[in-house]
Design a protein around this ligand. Structure first.
Ligand code: SAJ
Length: 405
């Protein structure tokens, strides 16, 4: 057990802040974790966690029991301050940096010469400079006396504890000495390479990584729409095109979900609407793909009823935002299921999500039972379980994610 004053204050104990706090504490650095939610603070101080992430439970339990991680609703004096709070959206897809601003305001009275202030939250370009101005306006005597930098994370949910250590990081200070200071800090915990740049480039780098993926998925989704009209199997087409040594097309799906790829491109589009034509269009295409899938289901139901004289039973296979996870955040499959249920004309509809036991809105059905009973089977998410299903040939199958290819 250790009682020293904290070296690090971590503001925001969510999906990234808590694993990062636990990682830093593991190297016997004292971390004072801050969250506005008292329940989160209480759970962590018991050595428990409030989010699902492999190996995080053990890391937090150890950090708390050894006295290197303490959670609180208020920051205290430290040497390094990390801002890892959400940057959500206001109306019209404009990023809301008020959490970053409020976290910064809370630590401004605590800052002293020599301190290091780092933002990790995904942020619009110029946020770090804006926070620098905020700090220096309230504490002009600190001008040039503290270090300010931006360092985004790029971990994959489900593999956070590994990727936090081994992924490369991009670190951009407001000046060269801030960059150096931040690199020295991260060097203590990170084994990946640390790449130096300025704050604006580091901010843009995070946004560009996820926008690039969104644009590539939009290309695959656009191909799927063209192929549907042209009567070409898009999965076969992409497999063949990817035989080219320098072509690597991603997979179409029922849209793009999650909290990053479907969101971050708007940070660029909202500030640079005239210039970000492809980035903006990719968002539109990927959103449209979900709408298109829902319409396809509707058309298939009507055609079935006209042909057979009775209403079809429909199985909607998958609700998660991507394969083999239980996370429904910003899920296009969930959006499609909701739309199909809204348009329902009393047909029986089986909702399937093998990674979730119960859901407060959707009544879930076992995936094998649903495919046996349904007349129309709609594959929304390419979960592994679905790939081994033996489907009766009299079923109508709408495969939006490449299960039967
Ligand atoms: N998707 C497709 N086709 C594909 C690949 C993905 O339709 O070929 C869809 C998925 O089904 C899903 C969405 O895109 O709905 C996003 O999935 P993802 O696996 O690309 O990304 P996330 O949101 O789980 O995590 C990403 C990660 N980025 C990449 O894999 C490039 C992670 O590295 C980032 O740190 C994270 O976003 C983040 O926090 O920004």
């Amino acid at each position: 057990m250790s009682n020293n004053a904290p070296n690090v204050v971590m503001i925001g104990l969510g999906y990234i802040g808590l694993p990062t706090a636990a990682l830093i504490a593991k190297s016997k650095t004292h971390v004072h974790g801050v969250d506005i939610n008292q329940k989160v603070v209480d759970v962590i101080n018991k050595g428990e966690i409030h989010i699902v992430e492999p190996d995080l439970d053990i890391a937090v339990a150890n950090a708390v029991s050894e006295g290197y991680l303490v959670a609180d609703t208020k920051p205290v004096i430290a040497e390094t301050y990390l801002i890892v709070v959400p940057t959500p959206f206001k109306a019209k897809n404009e990023p809301d940096t008020s959490f970053v601003e409020s976290a910064t305001n809370n630590i401004i009275p605590l800052l002293k010469p020599g301190d290091l202030y780092i933002i990790e939250s995904t942020s619009p370009i110029g946020t770090t400079e804006k926070m620098m101005t905020l700090i220096y306006t309230k504490r002009p005597e600190l001008k040039g006396e503290i270090y300010i930098a931006y360092c985004p994370e790029r971990v994959l949910p489900g593999n956070v504890m590994y990727e936090l250590v081994y992924n490369d990081r991009v670190i951009g200070g407001i000046d060269a000495k801030s960059t150096e200071k931040a690199v020295e800090f991260y060097k203590q915990f990170i084994k990946g390479n640390l790449h130096k740049t300025n704050a604006r480039t580091a901010e843009m780098c995070k946004l560009v990584e996820n926008s690039s993926r969104d644009v590539q998925i939009a290309f695959a989704n656009e191909l799927s729409l063209i192929c549907d009209k042209a009567n070409i199997n898009v999965w076969e087409l992409i497999e063949l095109a990817n035989k080219h040594p320098r072509v690597n097309i991603l997979q179409p799906g029922c849209g793009v979900g999650g909290h990053c790829i479907a969101v971050d491109p708007y940070f660029i589009v909202s500030d640079y609407p005239m210039e970000s034509q492809i980035i903006g269009k990719a968002r539109e295409i990927n959103n449209y793909k979900s709408f298109w899938c829902a319409e396809k289901v509707q058309t298939a139901k009507l055609e079935f009823e006209i042909k057979n004289g009775y209403k079809p039973k429909v199985a909607l296979m998958g609700l998660a935002f991507k394969p083999n996870i239980d996370d429904l955040r910003e899920s296009p499959a969930k959006y499609i299921a909701q739309k199909v249920l809204q348009n329902s004309n009393n047909e029986e509809c089986y909702i399937v999500e093998p990674n979730i036991r119960n859901h407060h809105i959707f009544k879930l059905t076992d995936y094998k039972l649903a495919t046996e009973k349904a007349d129309i089977i709609v594959f929304l998410v390419a979960h592994d379980e679905f790939k081994s299903l033996k489907l009766n040939s009299n079923k109508i199958v709408l495969d939006f994610c490449g299960i039967i290819k």
